[in-house]
Design a protein around this ligand. Structure first.
Ligand code: B12
Ligand code: SF4
Ligand code: SF4
Length: 187
């Protein structure tokens, strides 16, 4: 496999340490909101949260890759973006980022959601599918979690304790912005 198919140091750290930062930020915001008198919780850090990423699991395949709190759906509902072919959420800052969420009793004025459909920011240019080192994505079938997860398992072995891939989220028209429909194959 060509070296370029493996993750860069930046991506490995962005994934693992970036998530640690998000968790810490969530905890901090929760404490401050509660101190200010607003009941709050961070679903992904709550004791009732669970997620399955397919590793070491003997469950049926449709139950292997899921969680009981979807950051992407939370972000979609909050108006941050819509789903792409690679299944990542495309926001005005693009797809190459991570999400965190917090539920609070503090009243915040709603702003306007700028889209109608679940997938309207994706042009279906297919660049994410071309980038995937293990062909886990196709225009016909979308994304195959099992193939993706297996590759992530190999990366975990090689780069333990860090892992991550994300080639479907970089060097794509939706990497850092909502792509233009009439300019599909350029960054
Ligand atoms: C399990 C998991 C995986 C599994 C795959 C399972 C999966 N469902 O995607 C594996 C290990 C393979 C994986 C890989 C990666 N993941 Co991951 N993963 C998760 C995790 C922990 C749970 C996802 C989940 O199952 N949610 C529950 C299900 C119901 O919701 P969902 O998957 O979010 O939603 C999908 C389905 O509902 C589907 N769908 C089917 N029918 C319909 C119908 C309608 C109407 C709608 C709206 C949707 C829909 O569309 C949604 C989008 O895929 C989340 C964190 C979280 N708690 O949300 C991160 C998360 C999804 N992962 C993320 C990332 C970045 C990655 C990687 C790039 C890893 C990396 N950093 O290198 C890769 C590749 C991502 C890719 N191409 O999708 C980010 C996505 C950021 C983004 N911009 O979207 C998340 C949100 C983590 C985070 N905190 O930011 N991941
Ligand atoms: S690379 Fe193209 S097809 Fe893939 S999610 Fe982004 S806009 Fe959609
Ligand atoms: S994270 Fe890597 S293996 Fe998984 S779909 Fe994206 S490019 Fe393919």
């Amino acid at each position: 496999m060509p070296g370029g198919d493996w993750p860069s140091d930046e991506w490995l750290h962005g994934f693992a340490d970036g998530q640690a930062f998000l968790n810490q930020l969530g905890r901090h915001l929760k404490v401050e909101l509660i101190k200010a008198g607003y009941g709050s919780l961070v679903p992904s850090s709550d004791e009732r949260f669970w997620g399955r990423t397919g590793f070491n699991n003997s469950l049926p395949s449709d139950l292997l890759y899921t969680s009981n709190w979807s950051e992407r759906h939370a972000a979609f509902v909050c108006g941050l973006g819509t789903f792409g072919l690679s299944e990542g959420l495309i926001t005005s800052k693009g797809m190459a980022g991570r999400f965190g969420s917090i539920i609070t009793e503090m009243y915040l004025s709603p702003d306007r959601r700028e889209y109608q459909n679940v997938d309207e920011c994706c042009t279906r240019c297919g660049k994410c599918a071309k980038n995937c080192p293990v062909n886990a994505i196709s225009l016909e079938e979308g994304k195959n979690h099992s193939i993706c997860s297996k590759f992530l398992g190999q990366i975990l072995e090689k780069y333990w304790p860090r892992y991550g891939c994300g080639k479907c989220q970089i060097n794509v028209p939706c990497e850092s912005k909502i792509p233009q429909k009439n300019n599909e194959n350029t960054n």
